[in-house]
Design a protein. Structure first.
Length: 212
């Protein structure tokens, strides 16, 4: 399926030229839509952005920034919808996009086990990426806790997929094989590094408070 989608998107990018920014941004944004993210080829579009940049049609830094901002805004939108609509919305409408109760329960378990770190790691797991921001909002996770992890996760995700497309622009298959082995590892490492830095920051804050 992926090579066919890649071929169609490549043709679209060649026809659109600089409008590729809009194509990549729109699909990266939709990647984390609650449910629709399962059918939106956001990953493929971001790889395509790197491929088109390698051919000199668009700027690499600009397409990377577009992918990052769009994916973060997609996360944030899904989070806010989750806060407003709650989990029952997913259970009621999920089956329409092949999001069964069993699959939802697996994602919920992943989120419950890993908390905020699931937002970073989940960026590299299809079904988790499509649902996790919505569940985070529905779980009443504070926005100030969600935003830093989402920014970190989307930065690593956008960079990994864009640079893979740029480096392996002659073959979508090569790029996606590389990502399937390496991107999840990057996500885990990013989550660990971010969690350690966050924990150290909290300790320093507590230590700086005057004793009562």
């Amino acid at each position: 399926m992926l090579p066919d989608v890649g071929h169609l998107l490549t043709e679209a990018a060649q026809a659109l030229g600089s409008w590729t920014y809009l194509l990549v941004g729109g699909l990266a944004f939709g990647e984390t839509g609650a449910g629709i993210g399962l059918v939106v080829p956001g990953e493929t579009a971001v790889v395509l952005g790197g491929v088109v940049a390698a051919k000199g049609e668009v700027s690499l830094p600009a397409i990377l920034l577009v992918a990052w901002i769009a994916s973060f805004l997609g996360d944030l939108t899904s989070f806010l919808l989750g806060r407003r609509l709650g989990r029952p919305f997913l259970y009621r409408h999920g089956p329409r996009v092949k999001l069964s109760t069993e699959r939802l329960e697996r994602v919920e378990g992943f989120f419950d086990r890993h908390g905020s770190k699931a937002i970073v790691v989940g960026r590299f797991v299809g079904i988790v990426r499509a649902v996790c921001p919505f569940l985070a909002g529905a779980s009443k996770l504070p926005l100030r806790s969600f935003v830093p992890y989402s920014l970190a996760g989307t930065a690593v995700w956008a960079s990994a997929f864009t640079l893979a497309g740029y480096s392996f622009h002659r073959s979508f298959e090569e790029a996606t094989k590389l990502l399937s082995h390496g991107a999840l590892v990057l996500g885990v490492l990013a989550a660990l590094a971010f969690a350690i830095a966050h924990q150290r920051g909290r300790r320093r804050t507590r230590a700086s408070r005057p004793a009562r």
